[in-house]
Design a protein around this ligand. Sequence first.
Ligand code: LLP
Length: 436
Amino acid sequence: PATARLDADGVLRIGGIRVNELAAEFGTPAFVLDEADFRARCAAWRRAFAECDVYYAGKAFLCRTIARWVDEGGLNLDVCTGGELAVARSVGFPADRLLFHGNNKSVAELRAAVGYGVGRIVVDSFAEITRLAAVAAEAGVRQRVLIRVTPGVEAHTHHYVSTGQEDQKFGFSLAGGSAAEAVERVLAAAGSLELVGLHAHIGSQIFDTAGFGLAAHRLVGLLARIRDTHDLELPELDLGGGLGIAYTGEDAPLEVTDVAERLTAVVGKECAAAGLTVPRLAVEPGRAIVGSTTVTLYEVGTVKELPGLRTFVSVDGGMSDNIRTALYDARYTARLVSRTGLATTHVVTIVGRHCESGDVVAHDVPLPDDVRPGDLLAIPASGAYHRSMASNYNHVARPPVIAVRDGAARIIVRRETEDDLLRLDVDPGVKVDPGV
Ligand code: LLP
């Protein structure tokens, strides 16, 4: 995070607070989020994309405080479930600045969105067009919609998070013609649906703008065909999220200003060539805003040396708070942050406390040779898709999110307790005594 500093005694300070104080007060594991950094990134995106709509992608990490900061930062919010929508509603997030995504929104979710007055709903299937038209008609409103298009672009990223190519569950195929058909169907429901634009999201953790450029080229092609066929120029074009961040020194993220310049230039050029008025652009960054703002703080519990093989350093969290290593083979760095250690002569594997050997937090990271129980480790770049993808595997309570700023810390998501975990069980035959 931007405010992270190492004190002379080797203790990390974030937002002006030493992490050993944070660990003593809030326990570990914990997500420590640098509020100033989060707000600065919102501001940087707002400035770079001044003439565009910037939707923070709530799936990366959302809670009520984040929704407020996003609103205060002048960003819009992308939600993709009724649950995320409920967070937005609970803080009174302005409805017209919400965008609702999802490949299988339920009728109840569509009703909730339309009822709240969500500005835009991104339709993802023919069934959904029919459903949404009915929901909007029943509510007596004309709902603005974007059509999610699959532009046939391969983003060079892990295939689980790559979404632009044809063979996947999202959106309407451009090449296969279903996108054009979707346009027809939304226009046919003009009494209750207002088609305002197209959307594409080509993937995540992307490090160059070529894929966005190609997607923009193809989407503008479709805009031109819509104009030719329907005599209609759609006013909006949403290019999705996906900008990568640095997890390790090998990742070279793009500057948001460069991305903004390149995207607006490419869309401008394509539209000029097609004789179209340039639509209003939208982007949906998640990871690029919240990813680097947060570190996970863990306490080392055991150090196990397998001579000739490797050293396992076990921490008090694991795949329940960071599934990314197991799921995507993601790479992380780690640092001893509670003292100055000895020199580092070898790499270790940082593992969690869960009952499976795939429970790895970070592969092959250099740590001081004297790393030992009680040490605090920090894993940078844990803000996106960590807490939001956390589970209760092995009945482990999910960690809190602690916001730090100017020497003050506050809990924005509290730690789960064993009570929380037991509360969902329905077993009338047994007396619940969490004290036992
Ligand atoms: N817009 C749409 C329609 C999306 O599906 C996503 C991410 C975003 C925006 C934000 O993408 P971002 O800027 O954060 O890359 N769990 C995976 C990432 C899955 C992303 C899903 N969609 C991970 O941990 O890498």
